[in-house]
Write a new protein. Structure first.
Lengths: 403, 367
């Protein structure tokens, strides 16, 4: 029997709001979550903007545990709680051995480690509190979620920079398809830190103004932070328990550009291979694709290479289907970008509403796609792709379908 | 399931820059664990944790020094180990680029460039930090450097997990082979030792000191070339061992907690042997998770005593190389190598029990 994967629950924490509803409403309304950085002193950076989460949600754990959590743990736990509730799973009646946790993560507790290192440099080892580095491993949030709900199935954390959480959805789906799990809590959580903001800044990959994906005047990305959690479930089981099925996970492609550590492969051939691998895995033809939630970081190179990749893989149809860049509103959420964008893609498939690419003014001949400029749109979306192309050439494309 | 076999192995460790040297040093009873001292180490440490460090390292002949210079330590170890594994497997990449993948486990690859980048931002100002350093602060750098260097165009995934990341990578590799996403995957781990993190862990009393039991931080890299059996046979590859099972049975505990219930460990080992179709009596060697943490070492010993009678031969590699996801990959490589040298070993059980209740067991069998 072929085991198929469906999405039965969603949760989100983002710069647009601390739950799924406000995040989605914000995306549909074309609202921007981008503003001045408050988490650390960014005054000396060329770029002073980011898409910050405005106030932390309640992670739903007792105070002694709360004190030990990183910012990433807090938003990961809150989004997981929302997703599990949305799925209507009664965990007291489930076999915890069959529920896995697979997340994309990277920054984890780095913001705290930065406090340790900065105090160490400024005031010496006695003043610096070494327990601040304990939350640094990227798999902390995965373990925290498993601990919080007593989940005993396979557990993993993918750290492939900006494609981390898209790949985590692939691993999660494989765990269900292979029969190792019935349910997987998947997606990702990632937060801002000086290192990531400063790193992209040093590479001149950030825009001093809010980012403008696909626009001819785009200068780079705006970093963001978010948690996006999806509950993946084996379809028969979900139907038996009469769960509300929000969408299907149809498949994924994961490949390596083998080109450059920080530059995308410019002809789009590498990206096209990832898209084709995804279509193959999902059993789709290029003509089946109704919508693409693009990676679209707003760097000059990425958006042009991605456009080329879409045209190579989907042919002339690439110009006809809506392709939107929600990083224009949420910023580039790095290791959780694939997760929050997957959440939005599922909602597009479910509701037939395509969120826009905001701040779009000047068409770029190198990005000649229907980018859904500035205003959301109704569309019939039976099948949608979401792409993630990371530094290091780690590329992942995932496909969702309507029920 | 598609049958997965191991056709090449490698290891870059503190006891040798290849698997053969590492194996010989371990057989001779050598240990790489030594005090952490030197000009860059601050004076007046109240506790002194040792470490198993590689020290001076050259990437040649596998990678010219000019190319290695800009790479972080984990990436250097990874490239050398990856080239050694492919050589051991007599695997030619030409024409197989898109059917070859890499799956790398790590705990904290990129730690040193990360701390250096932070230091530059803090001391010289945010705009003075080196853009060349940044890509190597992210844990996916080693696998991506290997992919670029060897032209691997199939799946390229990095998994972080505090200790058993290599075993986790092996679990996912089997799923990727099953999904026909690749025919051959370099599966392993790479990680580096970092002074700043060492000192922080030492101060938290997480690591071993002369007066306190605990684990010792290690570093290195190791790979297995894991191939779909049919395509390995088709290219006439020598098969060292078969990946008979990989099982994950985590506990739900606090992420930093190094604690294991013997019954859970026994369940995991039993499940791995069951899935492999291997009765306990045919296990000729167990690579222990044992790393110096009193509670988990005792739990593992007790679980083994319940599972095996008589007890098979055991190897405690972390006693000599320290704890690190890379050492888990070294254990897998040694296990495959053992099955090639002495097929009568039958089956090797490799345990990896990490902080946060992450429990993985793998069984390799003679081909």
């Amino acid at each position: 029997m072929i085991r198929r994967v469906v999405v039965t629950g969603l949760g989100a924490v983002s710069s647009l709001g601390n739950d799924l509803r406000t995040t989605w409403d914000g995306l549909v309304a074309g609202r921007s979550g981008i503003g001045l950085i408050t988490l650390f002193d960014a005054s000396a950076f060329r770029t002073k903007l980011a898409a910050e989460i405005k106030s932390l949600p309640d992670p739903g754990v007792p105070a002694p545990i709360r004190r030990r959590l990183s910012r990433t743990d807090v938003i990961g736990l809150a989004a997981a709680a929302e997703a599990l509730a949305d799925a209507g799973l009664d965990l007291s009646r489930e076999n915890p051995e069959r529920i896995g946790v697979v997340l994309g993560a990277g920054v984890s507790g780095l913001l705290d480690s930065e406090r340790y290192f900065r105090t160490l440099l400024a005031e010496g080892p006695r003043a610096a509190r070494p327990t601040l580095v304990l939350n640094h491993p990227p798999d902390q949030t995965t373990d925290r979620i498993a601990e919080r709900w007593g989940l005993l199935g396979p557990r993993s954390t993918i750290t492939t920079a900006c494609s981390s959480s898209a790949t985590s959805l692939g691993y999660a789906a494989d765990l269900i398809r292979s029969g190792l799990c019935d349910v997987v809590v998947t997606g990702g959580a990632d937060t801002l830190a000086r290192l990531t903001h400063g790193g992209f800044n040093a590479l001149r990959a950030t825009d001093p103004d809010p980012c403008r994906p696909f626009d001819r005047g785009r200068k780079g990305m705006t970093v963001g932070e978010a948690a996006g959690i999806l509950i993946f479930e084996e379809e028969e089981r979900a139907r038996r328990r009469r769960a509300r099925i929000r969408g299907r996970f149809l498949g994924y492609g994961v490949t390596s550009d083998a080109h450059h550590m920080t530059q995308p492969e410019p002809t789009g051939e590498a990206g096209a291979r990832t898209i084709r691998a995804c279509l193959d895995d999902a059993g789709l033809n290029p003509g089946d694709v109704d919508y693409v939630n693009a990676h679209a970081t707003a760097t000059p190179q990425n958006d042009a290479a991605e456009t080329a990749a879409l045209k190579r893989a989907l042919g002339a149809r690439a110009k006809e289907i809506p392709v939107s860049a929600i990083k224009s509103m949420l910023g580039h959420c790095l290791c959780s970008a694939g997760a929050i964008e997957a959440v939005a893609t599922v909602l597009t498939v479910e509701t037939g509403v395509v969120p826009p690419t905001i701040r779009y003014e000047n068409p770029d001949p190198d990005c000649d796609l229907d980018v859904v400029p500035n205003v959301a749109r109704k569309a019939r979306v039976r099948t949608a792709l979401s792409s993630s192309f990371a530094f290091g050439g780690n590329s992942t494309v995932i496909a969702f379908g309507a029920v | 399931m598609r049958s997965a076999v191991i056709t090449g192995v490698s290891a870059v460790t503190a006891l040798g820059r290849d698997l053969e040297a590492t194996r010989a040093a371990l057989a001779a009873g050598k240990s790489a664990i030594a005090p952490v001292e030197g000009l860059d180490v601050p004076a007046g440490r109240p506790d002194h944790s040792p470490a198993a460090r590689i020290g001076t390292f050259t990437t040649e002949p596998e990678l010219p020094r000019s190319k290695a210079r800009r790479l972080d330590r984990s990436s250097q170890y990874a490239v050398v180990a990856a080239r050694q594994a492919l050589a051991s497997a007599r695997y030619s990449m030409t024409g197989r680029e898109e059917r070859t993948g890499i799956l790398l486990g790590t705990g904290s690859a990129g730690a040193t460039p990360l701390v250096d980048f932070e230091r530059q931002m803090a001391l010289e100002g945010p705009e003075s930090a080196s853009p060349f350093l940044f890509p190597y602060t992210v844990s996916n750098a080693p696998a991506s450097v290997v992919a670029i260097e060897l032209q691997i165009r199939g799946p390229n995934v990095t998994i972080t997990q505090k200790d058993p990341a290599a075993q986790n990578a092996l679990l996912y590799a089997r799923l990727l082979l099953e999904g026909r996403r690749a025919d051959a995957i370099l599966v392993g781990a790479a990680d580096e030792w970092n002074l700043d993190y060492h000192l922080a862990y030492e101060r938290i009393h997480a690591t071993r000191t002369p007066n306190r039991p605990g684990f010792v931080l290690g570093e290195g890299a190791a790979f297995l070339l894991v191939e779909d059996e049919e395509s390995a046979r088709a290219r006439g590859a020598r098969v060292l061992a078969r990946v008979a099972s990989v099982v994950m049975r985590p506990a739900a505990v606090s992420p930093q907690l190094r604690q294991a219930r013997p019954r859970r460990l026994e369940e995991a080992m039993r499940a791995a042997l069951d899935e492999a179709g291997v009765p306990p009596s045919t296990v000729g060697l167990v690579h222990l998770s044992k790393n110096g943490v009193t509670e988990t070492d005792a739990a593992e010993a007790f679980a083994l005593s319940r599972l095996f009678s008589p007890m098979p031969r055991t190897a405690a590699v972390k006693d000599a190389l320290g704890e690190n996801p890379a050492i888990g990959a070294v254990q897998l490589a040694l296990a495959a190598d053992q099955l090639l040298r002495a097929p009568e070993t039958g089956a090797v059980l490799v345990n990896a029990f990490g902080a946060g209740g992450n429990v993985l067991c793998a069984v390799l069998t003679e081909p």
